[in-house]
Design a protein around this ligand. Sequence first.
Ligand code: SF4
Ligand SMILES: [Zn+2]
Ligand SMILES: [Zn+2]
Length: 334
Amino acid sequence: MVKYCKFYRECKSKAVYRIPHSNLALCKDHFLANVEKRVQKLIQKSHIIRREGKNKILIALSGGKDSQVLLSIMKKSYPENIELHGLYIELGISDENYSKDSGIIAQSLCDKLNIPFYKIDVKLLNGFNIDDIHILKQIIEKNKQISKDDQIRGECSYCGLLKRYHINKFAVDNDFSVVLTGHNLTDEATSLVNNFFNIDIGFLKKPGYFIESKTKNLVSRLKPLFYISEEEIAMYAYLSNIEHLPTECPYSAQAPNIKIKKTLLEIEQYRRGNMISLLRRYYKVMQPEIKNASSAEKHLDRICALCGSPTFTKICHFCKTTENILETLKKYNI
Ligand code: SF4
Ligand SMILES: [Zn+2]
Ligand SMILES: [Zn+2]
C-alpha cells in the first residue's frame, strides 16, 4: 500500500522515508526540510552565528557522507551571512585509494558550491601518516615475544589525534570562530556507550554537541549532525544527489567501537528512537550530574613549549606522541 507524506495534512505526495524516532512518514521535500531544520536548530541553540562581525566558519571534511551533507546543508541554509571554508586532512591511507579519493570528492563539492578548500598533509608536517602507523603496529605486534618495550595503540587513536590537532591549529592560525564536524547520532551514541563501559569520566562529563572554548589557541567545536542518524544522512545524500565516498576507511573494521555500533543498530530495530533518546536524556539529565560531582575541572592553562597549543603539562599530548612515534619508526627503519 502506498504511504503518503504525513507533514501536517497539507501534503499529498508519496512518502519516501519514515523518521525513525517520530515514526513520521515524509515525502522527499519534507524529509530534506526536516533534516535541515534539525541542523539549523542546533546551530541556533549554540549561538555560533553572530549578527554583527564576521562569521568565519571552518568545516572539517573527510569526503564521507556526513561532512559532505553538512557542507551542503550549511551552504543551503546560510547563503549570505556566513563565510564557509572546507579543510581536508590527508592522512595517507592508501588501501583502495581511500585518502586520495576522499580528498578529490571533498574538493569537488567545495568547488561546486564555491567554498574555499584547503588540504593539510600529515606526512609533510609530522613525518608519518596512518599507513606508517599501521606498518609499525604490525611490526611491534610481531616482535611482542622479543620485546615488550614498544607499545602502540590502534590506527584510529593516532588518526583522531592528528585530525583534532591540525583542524584546531588551522582554525586558530586562520582566525576561524568555530569548527563544524560531521559527527552523527549513530557514532555519538556508540561513543557514549563505549565510554560509559570504560567509565571514562573525562569523556562523560564533556558537553555533547557544542564545546565552547574559553581558552586561547583553542577553537570552539560544534557537531550540527549530533541528532541526525547515519541512515538519515545516507538518505539525505541520496535524495539530494550529494557525491560522497561510498566506501569505509580500510581501518574502520578494526575500530574498537564497531561491535557496539552494530549492537545499538540491532536494538534500534525493536526500540525505535533508542539512540536519540539515549543522547537527549544523557546530556539533559546525567552529564550535568557527572560534571557537578566530579572534581574541579582542570584547565588547559599552559602553553606547549614546542608548538604553542593549550596543554595541562609542559609539552602537549600531540607533541609527546608524535615524537615517540618518530623515534619508534626510526628504530624499526620505517
Ligand atoms: S576509521 Fe580510524 S583510521 Fe580510518 S579515518 Fe576513521 S579514525 Fe582514521
Ligand atoms: Zn510532503
Ligand atoms: Zn605541542
